[in-house]
Design a protein around this ligand. Structure first.
Ligand SMILES: Nc1ncnc2c1ncn2[C@@H]1O[C@H](COP(=O)(O)OP(=O)(O)OP(=O)(O)O)[C@@H](O)[C@H]1O
Ligand SMILES: [Mg+2]
Length: 263
């Protein structure tokens, strides 16, 4: 059954300095979709994600989460979590304490929290560094801690803003494969921003290509959700074709953005 997770109607965001971050924009995300946002720098990807996370209030338009307003978010079956580009860990706290933070803030009893944290660490393959501090972790590990901190809240919607942007290609590929597995196992719905069309091609069931000046949806590209996201998919002709299509659309979106800027 289709279940609407997020619905945006005629969303606009104009910043106090007059910059139009988003022009009237409509978007629906259904349960189980893995949606990526790609587009030229400054086209409003982060702004859109923050509107959905309720970190930005839109200037106009209507946002619904599971068909209701934000007051209802956080109850069973309607939890969202945000992973930022930087891992933003507390340097003085070990991995366990960092991952436990949202549970402490939510008032989850310590004993329950201490069963959920190891489970989240196991999911991201970090059980062996539970007692290490951020300075003792690699960049990829810190990002995994940050993802575990999001997963420990058992989100139904995961929002990620260029989570693997600062990592090398191989680490990113590995994390993308882990994310694909995780999304399938946990039946996650995910919306993520990426600068890598390869990452978008690998992970998404739908790619939204945005254009700038003002920020808007330029094109949408659907990828068969039934595809197994693994190494053989990455090596396939099908993957190469998807990347080619996305590359073309991204080029067109950049061109359209530059034209708008010139006018
Ligand atoms: N707080 C703010 N005040 C004023 N303008 C802003 C603010 N945040 C973003 N903008 C502007 O809104 C537009 C969209 O910004 P946004 O950060 O959403 O782009 P982006 O697509 O995420 O870019 P990037 O790929 O570089 O991260 C840009 O022109 C940006 O300068
Ligand atoms: Mg951004």
């Amino acid at each position: 059954m289709r279940e609407n997770v997020v619905s945006l109607r005629a969303i606009e965001k104009v910043f106090p300095n007059g910059t139009r971050g988003l022009s009237p924009l409509d978007l629906e995300i259904e349960k189980g979709e893995l949606v990526s946002l790609i587009g030229p720098s400054g086209c409003g990807k982060s702004t859109l994600l923050k509107v959905i996370a309720n970190l930005h209030t839109p200037t106009a338009g209507d946002v619904r989460w599971w068909g209701r307003n934000f007051d209802h978010v956080g109850k069973d079956g309607s939890r969202l979590a945000f992973v930022f580009q930087e891992p933003t860990l507390m340097p003085w706290a070990d991995t366990t304490t960092n991952v436990r933070l949202p549970l402490d803030l939510d008032g989850v009893p310590y004993t329950e929290a201490m069963t959920r944290v190891p489970a989240a660490l196991q999911t991201v393959g970090l059980s062996h560094v539970a007692n290490r501090f951020p300075a003792q972790l690699s960049g990829g590990m810190k990002m995994r801690v940050s993802i575990a901190r999001a997963l420990v809240t058992r989100p139904n919607l995961l929002l990620m803003d260029e989570p693997f942007g600062a990592l090398d290609e191989m680490t990113r590929n590995k994390l993308d494969e882990d994310m694909a597995r995780l999304c399938a196992e946990e039946h996650l719905t995910m919306l993520f921003v990426t600068h890598s069309l390869y990452e978008a091609a690998f992970l998404s069931t739908r790619v939204i290509i945005m254009a700038a000046h003002p920020g808007r949806i330029f094109a949408e590209y659907h990828i068969d959700p039934g595809i197994q996201r693994d190494e053989s998919f990455r090596m396939s002709n099908q993957f190469a074709e998807i990347c080619r299509d996305l590359n073309r659309l991204l080029g067109e979106a950049s061109h359209a953005s530059a034209l708008e800027m010139a006018n």
